[in-house]
Write a protein that binds this ligand. Structure first.
Ligand code: C2E
Ligand code: MG
Ligand code: MG
Ligand code: MG
Length: 274
């Protein structure tokens, strides 16, 4: 709609905002019951070693099928759940479900679960995780938690304390989406991360973009000097894969290897090597 009169434009715009706010309210409300109604599910995406080409683990990613709206993206509902506090229950459900699933896999395959900053800052998180590992009988060394930097920026001391207790359980921790937001070298070296995940935005821009490639190279050098393996997210093409191998990247994940998919533990679709 081009060149309408200003009052009409405003009206249209506000109507749009209202719609957005209504949807958000509706989602916030329905999310409370989503677990009990069986509307949440996890899908799993392969993580591969670039040295051996072997499957090293899966990342668990939440999916919500809303009865009215259909699929709602995590980018939309997770911030809502964080605001309402429902992320605590949802995150715990995701952790328990993913660990129970992974406990049925071959023992060399790890499971990575995303952790919200809201979960990280809750003092009983380490106890909850310990309880889930006990219940699902998943060995701690097979669990990795993915944390974005925003978790750490807001409350550094608390986050560090929590991370240390988590690590003491024998779980590993990855910094997710590295290179976006507030990434600082200080956070990386003062927190006990085991792995760096380069945000997919760099790889998506890397082909023919000298600057993005330089950043990838710098992150790899950083990982090497800190002793942290680096995983690249968002590998979609053979060329991107070759770039990563050229640069000496340790691991990768992306549509090129596989989309996030539902897994049933005994299903024949579960392929180990490649
Ligand atoms: P993330 O943890 O960085 O996950 C990677 C996202 O990139 C996923 O989006 C995945 O589907 C997508 N992706 C994977 N490979 C490719 C690729 O080759 N190309 C492109 N363009 N995208 C790719 P998804 O599943 O929509 O999740 C978005 C974000 O939502 C996640 O980013 C994570 O921050 C959050 N999230 C998902 N599940 C959970 C969860 O259980 N708990 C928490 N707290 N956050 C979650
Ligand atoms: Mg992640
Ligand atoms: Mg990520
Ligand atoms: Mg992300």
């Amino acid at each position: 709609r081009a060149k309408t009169n200003p009052s009409e434009t405003t009206c249209y715009y506000e109507h749009g905002m209202d719609e957005k706010a209504r949807r958000r309210r509706q989602l916030a409300n329905d999310l409370r019951l989503a677990i009990d109604r069986g509307e949440l599910a996890l899908v799993y995406q392969e993580q591969r070693s670039l040295k051996t080409k072997m499957l090293s683990g899966y990342e668990a990613l939440l999916r919500w099928h809303h009865p009215g709206f259909g699929p709602v993206a995590p980018a939309e509902f997770i911030p809502i759940a964080e605001e309402t506090g429902d992320i605590i229950r949802i995150g715990e459900w995701a952790l328990r479900t993913a660990c129970a699933e992974a406990a049925r896999w071959p023992s060399q395959i790890k499971i990575a679960v995303n952790l919200s900053p809201v979960q990280l800052l809750k003092p009983d998180l380490p106890d909850t995780i310990a309880q889930v590992l006990l219940e699902t009988r998943l060995p701690a060394r097979r669990l990795e938690l993915e944390i974005t930097e925003s978790a750490i920026i807001s409350e550094k001391i608390k986050a560090l304390h929590s991370l240390r207790r988590i690590k003491a359980l024998g779980i590993s921790v990855a910094m997710d989406d590295f290179g976006t937001g507030y990434s600082s070298l200080d956070t990386l070296h003062s927190f006990p991360f085991d792995r760096i995940k380069i945000d997919k935005s760099f790889l998506l821009r890397a082909e023919g973009n000298h600057q993005a490639r330089t950043i990838i190279r710098a992150v790899l050098a950083l990982g090497r000097s800190l002793g942290m393996p680096v995983l690249a997210e968002g590998v979609e093409t053979q060329r991107q894969l070759e770039l990563l191998i050229d640069e000496g990247c340790d691991e990768a994940q992306g549509y090129y290897f596989g989309r996030p998919v539902p897994i049933q533990g005994d299903a024949p679709g579960f392929v180990l090597a490649g």
